[in-house]
Design a protein around this ligand. Sequence first.
Ligand code: IMP
Length: 432
Amino acid sequence: MPALALVGLQWGDEGKGKIIDILAAQADLVVRFQGGNNAGHTIKYENKKFVLHQIPSGIFHPQCKVLLGNGMVVDLISLAEEIEQLKQNKINLQKRIFISNTAHLIHPIHKIRDQISEFKLGKNAIGTTGKGISPAYSDKVNRKGIRLGDLADTENFKNIFYQKIEPLYPELEPYCKKANITLPNLNEVCEELLQVYQKLEEMFCDSLELIHKFKNEGKKILLEGAQGSLLDVDHGSYPFVTSSNTSAGMASIGSGLGPTDIKKVFGIFKAYTTRVGSGPFPTELNNQEGEYLQKHGEEFGATTGRIRRCGWLDLCLLKRSINLNGVSQLGIMKLDVLDKIDKIKVCISYKTKEGKIINNPPSINKDWDKLEPQYESFAGWQSSIVEAKTMNDLPRNCQNYLNFLQKELNLPIVLISTSPKRENCIITKNIF
Ligand code: IMP
């Protein structure tokens, strides 16, 4: 049975939570393959809003099991809180959550290192979520990380924990003083982590064995990307990126499936562009139009509450993401946010500072700021599309806009999201 990967094609916050939630109705297993609790997937379920940071968004479908894959960095303490929140809302979690033994641990000292690193960068800060993602992945690549399975043997874990973390304290202390951060008591941190591990113990597993069992039984597997392709550590707007590979290639590495097991890649993008944190953004609108998108799109970070920067849709960046991910079909999100805009713009090329027109963004991201976006304008549709059930129900101008995008991107748009609710979605083809 094919596995399907779902990825965001912009700087994250494309609405992956809603789409995973819809697709999970057909899935047997949903797997997160990278990132940690820097993600915030918002889902409206039974008129209640849930923000999931680490638990895959398939959890609201009782037939579906979820796996936190080996490519993730997991904050166990915040995971336990997330699980508790779901339990309190009477979501049945019995034997439905699995956590890879080989995913890496994020502990409180990672968070402090993240904050100190940002403090040291001052005005050049990346604008991280402060969740310790970069230090946790750095430790992993440096072969200094702690894997979740290491917590199974208490004495061994204590040894590793002290051996790896105690020597960092003398270096951290002076910065903590300057940045007004209190370093926690190591004993307490170690005990808390062990307690949380024991509470969740039955969820830990050999994820490679588990995922291949599902695959061999012909079960449907959905691979859930977090963040977006433009935040990919290799292909994104480096250094203003997250510390993992967010693109579809990682769906194999971070879940344990082989590359040929992933038959389809579903790429989703917003009808405009947003970004949280620092870094280049060629189509950013620092004006009333940007404020309009921010307000009507409710563009606040789900993890940090920060206001998201907003701008027009950028086809040059989108085409790059489509190539990078090997996207087979597209979904457009938040199209309704454009309902009342009279002139909708789409960036189709850039003018360089030398006056040359280019279609591909330069490979050196620092040059992105000097680009002048060249726009194609479309007459808006000036009516609500929320109730549309088929493509034909959409106003003519809206159809024109979508047809233009499909032609330019050379891919079918098979899903159109017209409100945050699960039911407000036009799906024209089976996505799985
Ligand atoms: P980090 O992942 O916390 O290290 O943050 C690195 C960059 O990625 C910052 O610009 C963050 O704002 C951005 N980022 C991380 N996670 C997300 C996300 O889920 N959505 C949007 N931006 C994110």
